[in-house]
Design a protein around this ligand. Sequence first.
Ligand code: ZN
Ligand code: ZN
Length: 154
Amino acid sequence: MTRNTSDHDSKEQIDFFRKICNERGIKVTPQRLEIFLETVRSRDHPSAEDVYDRVKTRLPTISLDTVYRTLATFERCGLVVKVQFLEDRLRFDTNLEAHHHLFCTDCKNVVDFSWPEFDSLALPQEVAEWGLPESKQVSIRGKCRSCVRKHEGK
Ligand SMILES: [Zn+2]
Ligand SMILES: [Zn+2]
């Protein structure tokens, strides 16, 4: 699944951001907008530390704590989704469409993939008995091709 980062898309992202903030009564500050756009642009499911490293040249007065709090606010508003894999840091995803993840246990890269057949599968009876499911997402762990090659190349 690819999303391009043309100016057109970025304008759409800004409109989307303003709309959600208005609905939730959150003030649109240049700082928040910058953090949001950086997270969208990154596409690698960045952690708060990653976002901080990438915005601090443009926002010299920002602190890591502010980035944490801003991302937590975004998460409550549904602008980003928390993603966490075992043994990895908490990360943020701005891909709000139904998708699944490939997680490399070596380089920790996360890649989105779509699986419409899975999305349309009916849930097993046990799940209905268990309660009320809200979402289903697959995480596949393993080694990405470049990490496999690195090991073979030795
Ligand atoms: Zn890898
Ligand atoms: Zn994702």
